[in-house]
Design a protein around this ligand. Sequence first.
Ligand SMILES: [Zn+2]
Length: 552
Amino acid sequence: MNQNQHIPTAFTNGRILTMDPGQEDVEVIIIRNERIIAVGDKKILGDYPGVRIIDLSGRTLLPAFIDSHNHLSSFACFFPTWVNLFGLVTKDAIQNALKTHAGKNPGSGWITGFGWFDAKAGGVDLTRYDLDEMESNRPILVIQATFHMSVANSKALEMTGISGSTPDPRFGIIVKDDKGIPNGIIIEHAQAPFFRATMEPGIREHADLIHARAEELIPLGITAIHDPGVTLSAARAYRLLHADKRLPVSVLMMPHGTTVLDNQPGCWLDGPVTGYGDETLRIGPVKVFADGATPQTVAFSMQMMGRTITSGNYREDFRDVLLESTRRGFQVCVHSFGNVTTEAVLDAFEQAAGEAPTGFAMRPRLEHVALLSETQIKRLAAMGGCACIQPQFLTRATARANLFARAPVENAKWLPYADLFRAGVCVAASSDDPGGSMDPRDPIRGSVMGSTMSSGDGDTVFPDQVLPFETWLWMYTAGSARAGGQENERGMLKKGLVADLVILEGALDPKTPPVVNETWRNGTRVYCLRTAGQQAPAAEPVPNGRTVPWRL
Ligand SMILES: [Zn+2]
């Protein structure tokens, strides 16, 4: 414990955004140890003689950011060890990147690339034969930037036992040519054996990878994440970090399955329910996938120019998991992109409400919701629901917006962020790191994109969905906290909540966005931007607060 523990610290002389509708005109925030102990006007300073003063000098103080959808333990922590394929749109470029990586990392192990897009998504189609041209005797897996589709070389197919006679798994597709031979493309749950082969290191190695990736979040002002799909092995790595007091950010683990995308929470449902844990590591809602992210696996129905166009299918297996989890006292979070999918998800939540334990707060939570009707938004609001959205998807929305400007969708709206917010749905903002088409982790950049409904270049795609920059900061703090059931723990500057804070320098204007100047976690400054002539204080050890023992 450092010497400053027990001495209260006051923040004053700047703008204070509490994100608490009950406390808007605040001049001072006082913290002690890991908590906020007082919020008010300058007079309260008199109650704390000897208080240490942090002069905000006109900067803005707000709660630290919560990334409410970050695949830290599954894909994100492994990404630095993989070949980064973002931006590579030719076969040659991808082959060269994989070859360079193999040269630097000799041996016989898997070569995994991430960030590829197929031709439909603006990249290049690949099959096993394109990867076989590299004449590597190592297994190669190239994962699409969405995680919902991959391509494997012949060695990888052989090592996972996939041949022409392998049937498609439930909710997965092994794409085969007209002779019945797999062409290397594997979709959704068919990726499971490949994910097991490439993403299950030993617990210690997994914990170290998580630790390294999580530390990168602190300079972005993020001190907490929701991990949407934690496998049992990833949970062991998280618990090890927790026991060693080495988790750089607080984690809300969403119980999932054995491998990502499998929708089989299994023995997770015999363990502690949503809410169990402490401020560093807690169980969140069970995560299920009701659809995917490929044309085949997302269910849309669009009325355009008098015609109804339907595409794709959702997964039927989400419903049983949703109902069973609710009966057992878990909240549930559902990945749902398409409007037909969302219709089925809302039906399932309404059914679950009738079967939930007495007094159970269901708080339905939907991830992504790319296309929604007004009625669906109202249904979600009526259930006290949450929508977790990712402004980075605006990078891919421009082409779609231009297309739909000529033939608008009449029965629903794309990315209706403002409609959700105004209807009273709790909206949480997030990255989906490392998925998508950019590094989406910076909440300031996300707020710029979201508040201008653009990829940040000022080219607004859906002007009626614009919300103020400060509303986006709310979604990255109080909105995310509520979506994670953490509103009594974090996300606001309110007496009794954890002292996780961010100080921003500059105006809250998306045209000239502010920068993260300081990050505080559990009452301790853990990041300070060095500016010219200024000596940044060294980071101090972060106390972990009260801890709850983990079993499982
Ligand atoms: Zn995701």
